[in-house]
Structure formats: structure tokens, C-alpha cells
Design a protein around this ligand. Structure first.
Ligand SMILES: Cc1cc2nc3c(=O)[nH]c(=O)nc-3n(C[C@H](O)[C@H](O)[C@H](O)COP(=O)(O)OP(=O)(O)OC[C@H]3O[C@@H](n4cnc5c(N)ncnc54)[C@H](O)[C@@H]3O)c2cc1C
Length: 359
């Protein structure tokens, strides 16, 4: 009987597992994939989570943060205009192939029992739990689902009539890159471009599947992006993911604490998904702590997490969906709004701050 089983070894799952193991809990972390691996992501790690990340990576991996590029500026290319805003404090750019492998290793160092290439097939019970996997059955007093946005454990199917959205990413060689996260918006999608060090840029898009199905198609959808990407050389095979669905966040289901994208998927243009994953993973383990140390009941711990999630993380989802809706206004309404933002940087900074949480 483990104190805690965590399903999924991304940022949310490793944050939860490391935090619980450091208070002495007996933790099993299960991951269906194998690290290192590329992952569809803009690789923009917002400043709000850097102290959490440093704490989780303590020891061996702090150089990952120290050596990563700082991103002090954001540029939004939309409707023929360029909206520019400082990213203050700066974000960092960390390739997921490095970030996720480092967090996985940090979990191992923290004393978590880590298992890769184990697929969780089903869950039963509502505390204690029985977890059935491709490598047998395991039991635990508490369970955290960190299996990401779209997994076999996510029972919320998409509605039939919603358009299908797709995520694509690859790294390219670019002769010289500005230290900026650049978002190129076009009808029914956008593509983010950001340097990731050593003469590489990451290009990552979210696009409606009927508009484009490859990065080369996407690059033709925005004139400035078409021009910029013309000289790029691909450095990795592209990776893809779908569907991308936005739903109301759900931090708990039948006693299972849900963290990161498994709880709620935030629109990637906000660049806060990794931060929310790290923070919600840590928060869930902290809320479970009194239960794991036999000082509180399971239902008290679950209640504490639900309340903490709703008060500290839910407002970020609300702000980002408001901005997403505004970006889908017809161009005739959107353009004057953008011109206003261009002229009033304080308003732009305020909007960005609404999609962030306190550090
Ligand atoms: C196009 C796009 C661009 C993005 N850009 C950014 C960005 O620039 N900055 C940012 O902060 N965020 C970005 N995000 C969001 C970010 O990638 C996610 O929010 C983040 O990865 C969530 O972490 P997680 O740990 O919750 O899930 P994941 O990172 O998805 O990890 C879940 C893990 O669970 C494992 N798993 C799934 N099912 C099972 C199972 N049954 N058994 C065992 N293991 C299982 C998976 O293999 C996976 O490793 C972007 C997302 C997309 C789609």
C-alpha cells in the first residue's frame, strides 16, 4: 500500500510526487512514456513558477535554470500590426526534452519510486484506490491524476460539433534570433516562435485541423512568419497532439485529485500551462500532507485542495478565456481594440497580469 500514487510524469505529476516524497510519504510515480522525449509546447516557462521549479530541481539540475535563455519581451503579430510588451520579470525558455527529464530525475533523487513505460488502464475505489496498469495492480491511500490534457483516464469526451484543433511543434536552426516570444496570429490559429539556445528556435502552433496539418502549411498562413521561416533548417522531426479542448477546470473527481492539464487546459498563448502544472501539483501534495501524516481525514484533504484550486488557480483560466474570446471577434472590432492596446502599454500589462498568479 503506497501513501500516494501519481499518474503521469510531466511537470504536474513530478511536482506532486517530489513534494509528497519530501515530507516522507511513500510515493509511486507511473508514466506511460519514456524520457527524454520531445513534447508539443512553446517552451515558454513563465516567471511565476521559476521559484517552484528551482525548489523542485534542487541540487543536480539547478544549471538547467541558470543556463536557460531569458525572454524579456513578447511580440504579437496580428491583423498587420505588431503589439509589443515587456515580459517582466522575464520568462525562461527551456526545451521540454530537458525540462521533463530533469524533473523526472529530481523525483527519483527525492526518493519517489519511479516507473516509466507503465500505462495506467483503470482506477477503482475512492480512497483507498486500486490502480490497474500494464505492469500489474497497485494500491494507495491517495491518488493524483496528472495524466495531462487528453488521456485514457479523461472521461470527458469532446462534443461532436466542435471543430478539431491540433498542436504541432519542431525546432529549427535560425542564424540569429531576438530574445523574444513571437506570436503570429492568423484566422483559426496562431504560431509561437521562441529561441531555445544554440542557434535553435522552437516553432509551436495551435491550429484548426481543417486549416493546416503540417508546420510548413502553417508557416504560409502569416506573411511575416512565411518570410522568417524561409531560411529555417529543421533540427528534429515535428511532434503533434490533438484534440485541444478547453473545458471548465475540474480539480477533483471521485476523490482523485487532478493536477496540471488533467484538471484544466489553459489556452497555450497565455504561456502559463507549465506554471499551472507545477503549482497545482505542488498544491495538491501540500493539501494531502496532513492526511499522509495521519493528522487529517482524506475528505478534509480533498476539500482543502478543491478550495485552494478554486481560489488561486481558477481566476487565471477565466481571464485567459475572456482574452481568447476577444481575439475571435471579427477583425472590424478587433483592430481598434488592438490599436488601443498598442497606445496604452499599461492596459496590455494589466491584461497579461490577469493571466498570471502571484509568485
Ligand atoms: C500547442 C501547445 C503549446 C503550448 N505552449 C506552452 C508554453 O509555451 N508554455 C507553457 O507553460 N505551456 C504551454 N503549453 C501547455 C503545457 O504543455 C502543458 O500545460 C503542460 O505540459 C501540462 O503538464 P502536465 O504535467 O499537466 O501534463 P503533461 O505534460 O501532458 O504530462 C502528462 C503525462 O502523463 C502521461 N500519461 C498519460 N496517460 C497516462 C496513463 N494512462 N498512464 C501513465 N501515464 C500517462 C503522459 O505520457 C505525459 O507524460 C502548450 C500546450 C500546447 C498544446
Amino acid at each position: 500500500m503506497y501513501d500516494l500514487i501519481v499518474i503521469g510524469g510531466g511537470p504536474a505529476g513530478t511536482a506532486a510526487a517530489i513534494t509528497a516524497a519530501r515530507v516522507g510519504a511513500n510515493v509511486l510515480l507511473l508514466e506511460r512514456g519514456r524520457f527524454p522525449r520531445h513534447k508539443v509546447c512553446g517552451e515558454f516557462v513563465s516567471a511565476e513558477s521559476l521559484s517552484v521549479l528551482a525548489e523542485l530541481l534542487s541540487g543536480d539540475h539547478t544549471s538547467l535554470l541558470a543556463d536557460s535563455l531569458h525572454i524579456p519581451r513578447a511580440r504579437v503579430f496580428i491583423d498587420g500590426q505588431v503589439l509589443e510588451a515587456p515580459v517582466d520579470p522575464p520568462a525562461v525558455s527551456i526545451a521540454r526534452i530537458d525540462l521533463d527529464a530533469a524533473l523526472w530525475h529530481a523525483a527519483e533523487l527525492a526518493g519517489v519510486e519511479v516507473r516509466q513505460q507503465v500505462v495506467v488502464q483503470s482506477i477503482s475505489g475512492c480512497g483507498p484506490f486500486l490502480v490497474s496498469t500494464s505492469a500489474g495492480e497497485f494500491e494507495s491511500r491517495a491518488l493524483i491524476n496528472a495524466s495531462g490534457r487528453w488521456s485514457n483516464l479523461n472521461s470527458r469526451a469532446p462534443e461532436d460539433n466542435t471543430p478539431k484543433w491540433l498542436g504541432l511543434k519542431a525546432h529549427f536552426a535560425e542564424a540569429s534570433s531576438e530574445l523574444s516570444v513571437d506570436l503570429y496570429f492568423f484566422e483559426n490559429g496562431y504560431c509561437g516562435v521562441q529561441p531555445v539556445g544554440s542557434g535553435r528556435v522552437n516553432a509551436c502552433t495551435m491550429v484548426r485541423a481543417d486549416i493546416a496539418s503540417s508546420l510548413s502549411d502553417v508557416f504560409t498562413l502569416h506573411p511575416a512568419l512565411r518570410q522568417r521561416s524561409a531560411a529555417w533548417e529543421p533540427l528534429i522531426d515535428p511532434v503533434s497532439t490533438s484534440p485541444l479542448i478547453f473545458r471548465d477546470p475540474q480539480p477533483e473527481q471521485d476523490g482523485v485529485l487532478q493536477v496540471g492539464d488533467a484538471a484544466g487546459f489553459i489556452d497555450p498563448f497565455v504561456g502559463d500551462g507549465i506554471s499551472l502544472a507545477l503549482r497545482s501539483g505542488k498544491l495538491a501534495a501540500e493539501c494531502l500532507r496532513p492526511f499522509l501524516l495521519l493528522n487529517a481525514s482524506f475528505s478534509e484533504a480533498v476539500h482543502r485542495y478543491r478550495e485552494a484550486y478554486v481560489s488561486s488557480l481558477l481566476p487565471i483560466f477565466r481571464a485567459s478565456s475572456t482574452i481568447r474570446r476577444a481575439l475571435r471577434f471579427p477583425p472590424a472590432i478587433r483592430r481598434p481594440m488592438l490599436r488601443l492596446l498598442q497606445r496604452t502599454p499599461a492596459m496590455t500589462r494589466y491584461l497579461v497580469s490577469r493571466t498570471r498568479q502571484a509568485g
